[in-house]
Design a protein around this ligand. Structure first.
Ligand code: 8YV
Length: 319
């Protein structure tokens, strides 16, 4: 019976299904050496906490398939996997609604001060004076950076609010333009016009640290940044400076360069920041759907079938 490593949470029923065909071995998240203690794997179900890079792949000559739990697969060196003949998959689509709806919630929370004025009541401020008005969210402009499936779902969700959606990708997305849910804009134009800028890009060498002071400087002082992508796509020092000096009005962050975010982090001293613990897809229903897709992908790849959501299957099987 071949061995499969598991380094991401998996419900018992899906574990039992896998165990009918494979020797299922739990390998601690983040393991990068000492694999012999766990066996010689044919497959691996993992997530963002576990690096699958060239050095790790070199230790696992029997590995044939890696299934990444999550749409973001920045911990997997896919080119190195391809070179090693290891097929890789991820879990897009099933989480689009969950991530988009949390993003919408954060937009509303920022725009209407929901978190801020919850504190206002709880700390007794309301007993002293009524709060200042907030602003309408309907009729405002949303800029989506990295218009993919999640960005499109967000654009669809905000349509009823009469929010104009602009997007910027390296290349226009004809499907988006034809759908009418968003309009492609040049980078500077989008940042200057948007009341909310929402980040949905993958973390790559090109996007790492790409959102910097100069970008914050282009935004309205009344605008908000939402980061649902990866903490590392934003220069955190520049973000903190922009929040402190009023370059932007506030931010909502679901992801951070360091996770879990330490309670002592400077971001948590700012009252114009809303934080979430990387909760975008973290619902019971969506996480189950992600794991089910991940395990289905793994079984398909191990049994020689193209997975539903491949990353390099065709690169390996067309050569
Ligand atoms: C999860 C995510 O946190 O899908 C992603 O890229 O960041 C989230 O859905 C991740 O999958 C952790 O396993």
């Amino acid at each position: 019976m071949e061995t499969v490593f598991i380094s991401s949470g998996i419900p018992d029923d899906l574990r039992e299904r896998l165990a009918k065909r494979y020797r299922v071995v739990d390998v601690p998240e983040g393991t990068t050496e000492g694999f012999a203690a766990y066996g010689e794997p044919a497959g691996w179900f993992m997530d963002g906490g576990t690096p699958v890079n060239a050095a790790v792949l070199a230790q696992l000559p029997t590995l044939r398939a890696v299934s990444n739990h999550g749409v973001g697969y920045d911990s997997v060196d896919v080119p190195a996997a391809t070179s090693a003949g290891v097929t890789v998959s991820n879990t897009p689509e099933v989480l689009d609604n969950a991530v988009a709806e949390l993003t919408l919630g954060l937009i509303l929370a920022l725009g209407r001060g929901i978190v801020k004025y919850d504190r206002y009541v709880r700390d007794g401020s309301w007993e002293r004076e009524w709060p200042p008005y907030t602003n309408d969210v309907h009729g405002k402009t949303l800029g989506v950076v990295g218009m993919g499936r999640i960005g499109r779902r967000l654009a669809e969700l905000v349509q009823p609010l009469g929010i104009e959606v602009l997007y910027h990708n390296r290349s226009k997305n004809p499907a988006i333009d034809e759908s009418g849910v968003a309009t492609h804009a040049e980078w500077e134009d989008m940042l200057q016009r948007s009341d909310f800028v929402s980040l949905h890009t993958p973390l790559t060498e090109r996007t790492r640290g790409f959102f910097v002071k100069e970008d914050f400087d282009l935004m309205k002082p009344t605008a908000y940044l939402i980061n649902m992508a990866r903490g590392a796509v934003v220069n955190t020092d520049d973000l903190i400076a922009a929040l402190k000096n009023g370059t932007i009005a506030g931010a909502a962050l679901d992801v951070f360069e360091e996770e879990p975010l330490p309670a002592s982090h400077e971001l948590l001293t700012l009252d114009n920041v809303i934080v979430q613990p990387h909760n975008g897809s973290a619902t019971v229903e969506t996480r189950r759907a992600m794991v089910a897709l991940g395990i289905e992908n793994l079984e398909d790849m191990l049994e020689g079938r193209r997975p539903r959501t491949p990353l390099n299957w065709d690169d390996i099987h067309s050569s």
